[in-house]
Design a protein around this ligand. Sequence first.
Ligand code: HEM
Length: 210
Amino acid sequence: MNLLRLILKSSVGKKALVAAAGLLLCGFLIVHLGGNLILFSGENAFNGYAASLDKNPLIPLAEIILAVLFIGHIILALWTKAENAGARPEDYRFKRWKRDRWYGSKTAFYSGLLILVFLIIHLRDFRFGTAPQGLYRLVMESFKSAPYAGFYAAAMGALGLHLGHGFQAAFQSLGLRRPRVRPAVDAMGTAFAWLVAGGFAIIPVWAYFK
Ligand code: HEM
């Protein structure tokens, strides 16, 4: 507890926690995308996969960890943003650095906000909604609505932007974006962000036209 308090007192510590939570959430996204791609294998395969998740006794624990990661990531990111806004350095180089950083964190703020709105609607409909017809049909029928499928595709655009910035920021905060490896880290982050966002975005588009 004392260690956590110490970490939360420092801006570097909070940024490291935001980064660690963000990277763990990327792990969830890979698993979730893998599960969602089973939709392409048809109704039985996808409903069978959903039923196996329902039966897994570890899922409730994983859901609690996931909620803590999401909420912790958001609260700590907003907290560091508020602290940064309070700092008023005069030095020119510092100002330029702050302006560049501000641009990145501003887009991250708005893309993050859109992802949060998406997540609330997403969980209401797919996690807590009733699906007497089975989860496959619930998902496929939902995406027959053009505005709904379009909203999903747009939210995935925000996810790509957020992950692209977040990946670089996370490696920077953890001291892993040294000049020598920076181009490789940035390229990896961009590729990861758009592969994941693109992978998710294909689903509503495919389901709409199917
Ligand atoms: C086309 C894109 C997506 C589809 C079709 C999709 C589908 C689903 C479905 C069917 C569930 C319910 C699973 C169940 O109850 O067994 C679910 C849960 C969930 N989804 Fe998605 N999802 C998509 C994108 C996303 C994205 C981008 C995120 C995060 C930013 C996300 C976060 C979640 C979370 C947190 C849950 C709850 C997990 C749990 O409680 O076990 N989803 N999704």
